[in-house]
Ligand binder design. Structure first.
Ligand SMILES: Nc1ncnc2c1ncn2[C@@H]1O[C@H](COP(=O)(O)OP(=O)(O)OP(=O)(O)O)[C@@H](O)[C@H]1O
Ligand SMILES: [Mg+2]
Length: 456
């Protein structure tokens, strides 16, 4: 007889590390003072403080319909700060992030894509009140009919510390009590609207009834006051979710597939009216969130004019944009403008600048990145990486951490030494050396103008 041998493989820790996975917030104190290095964020103090002020205003629900632009050199932490903002927002404040080039798809018009992103960034906090009956079970009495095995009716006695009431039980309630295995001495609650029964635990007063209680038994105190209580349940959904559910051609399943298509303006108008009504009645609050558009210079003039208009709507989120461009052409026109953004939009935008990093700050960011990637750098290796970051770019130096680590592992070393970094540096070019190489070897590369002139 053959036996099956199952080998247990060592489970390797498989983790994906993203470019900003080391960022856990903005690293500010309660009084919004930025700490030199905290929550994965290093330096860039002014921009972080500005972001902190924004987050506070957004969390307090004070502002809507504002635009902010983060402008600065590539790799100066614009996207990292936006990630920090997303993590500092309240739990039900929506944050939508998109890269400007994403909206140019074939499925829907670019303004529709922007409109959906806008409405995804506005939350509607819906309050629902439900009545529940909560108490300790004193007795469950079930009257069995002599002719059938199925219980027909019964009585449930519930008490709080102040009162006791007997409820009549129907067939359905008896079944639910059975499935929840509720017995005398349990604390339970019944949702009056839906009839849903839940077991909250066992009463403390019954804790000595049994010698052996399983470790899963939870003891709770007998409720006080009235048996019937009002409970408020709060749900936050985005305006876009409400749009999709109510758009007849799509239905709610589109929420899961993400295949929402274009949504008719009439649907949106009706929903705006409904939400305004709920707000009047005190049933709902509007929570303006954040829409982050990265690489905003990729938008074209039509999108910019849409943004201008959309920001003036009463239902508008905070728009945060990021761009690394200086004066450049506005897409779709022949005109130049700072950051590739038309003047009328720039005019209503608060601009936050990101500054170049000092060598110490670069060293600290690299240390945090190495830690995030579980890489042990020797001091000299870290120093060399810092120099590389300073001379070429932070992004390039961050990439070399992983490569250096692989080279060290190949030597069966767990610590990355200076030689590993040097090796990585010689294997992979940074942008500067690549440019130098191409200019030196122009004649051997294709489509080079210099080469063409030589051949002529
Ligand atoms: N102040 C910082 N603290 C911690 N990490 C940072 C900081 N600034 C940048 N980084 C990290 O450096 C890398 C490059 O930064 P980031 O992607 O934010 O640059 P960017 O300003 O968005 O550049 P680009 O204009 O090219 O999009 C990222 O991995 C980022 O997480
Ligand atoms: Mg970026």
């Amino acid at each position: 007889m053959s036996s099956i041998v199952t080998k247990t493989k060592d489970l390797q820790r498989i983790e994906r590390i993203g470019a900003h996975s080391h960022v856990h917030g903005l690293g500010l104190s309660d009084s919004l003072e930025p700490k030199a290095s905290s929550q994965g964020m290093v330096g860039q103090l002014d921009a972080r403080k500005a972001a902190g002020v924004l987050v506070r205003m957004i969390n307090e629900g004070k502002i809507a319909g504002r635009a902010v632009l983060m402008a600065g050199a590539p790799g100066s932490g614009k996207t990292a700060i936006a990630t920090g903002i997303a993590q500092s927002l309240g739990p039900d404040v929506p944050f939508t992030s998109l890269s400007a080039s994403e909206i140019f798809s074939l499925e829907m018009s670019k303004t529709e894509a922007l409109m959906q992103a806008f409405r995804r960034s506005i939350g509607v906090r819906i309050k629902e009140e439900s009545v529940i009956i909560e108490g300790e079970v004193v007795e469950i009495q079930i009257d069995r009919s002599p002719t059938s095995a199925i219980a027909q009716t019964g009585k449930l006695t519930l008490k709080t510390t102040d009162m006791e009431t007997i409820y009549d039980l129907g067939q359905k309630m008896i079944e639910s009590l059975n499935t929840e295995k509720i017995v005398a001495g349990d604390i339970m609650s019944i949702d009056k609207a839906t009839g849903k029964i839940s077991k909250l635990g066992r009463s403390y007063s019954r804790s000595r009834d049994y010698d052996a209680t399983g470790s899963t038994v939870k003891f709770v105190a007998c409720p006080e006051g009235e048996l019937q209580k009002r409970k408020e349940i709060v749900n936050t959904v985005s305006l876009h979710d409400i749009d999709v559910v109510n758009s007849r051609s799509q239905g709610f399943l589109a929420l899961f597939s993400g295949d929402t298509g274009e949504i008719k303006q009439e649907v949106r108008d009706q929903i705006n009216l409904k939400v305004a009504e709920w707000k009047e009645e005190g049933k709902a609050d509007i929570v303006p969130g954040v829409l982050f558009i990265d690489e905003v210079h990729m938008l074209d003039i039509e999108c910019f004019s849409f943004l201008n208009r959309a920001l003036e709507d009463s239902l508008s989120p905070i728009l945060i944009m990021a761009s690394n461009r200086a004066v450049t052409k506005i897409r779709g026109t022949k005109y130049m403008s700072p950051h590739g953004i038309p003047m009328d939009l720039l005019d209503r935008t608060l601009i936050v600048k990101t500054q170049p990093y000092s060598e110490e700050e670069l060293g600290e960011i690299l240390r945090i990145r190495a830690e995030e990637e579980d890489v042990d750098l020797e001091p000299q290796a870290r120093e060399r990486l810092t120099n590389i970051a300073y001379d070429s770019s932070l992004r390039y130096a961050i990439q070399l951490i992983t490569v250096g680590n692989l080279i060290a592992l190949k030597r069966k070393q767990t610590k990355v030494a200076l030689a590993d970094i040097e090796k990585a540096y010689s294997l992979f070019f940074d942008e500067k050396r690549s440019v130098q190489y191409t200019t030196e070897h122009q004649s051997q590369l294709m489509f080079s103008e210099a080469a063409a002139s030589v051949n002529l």
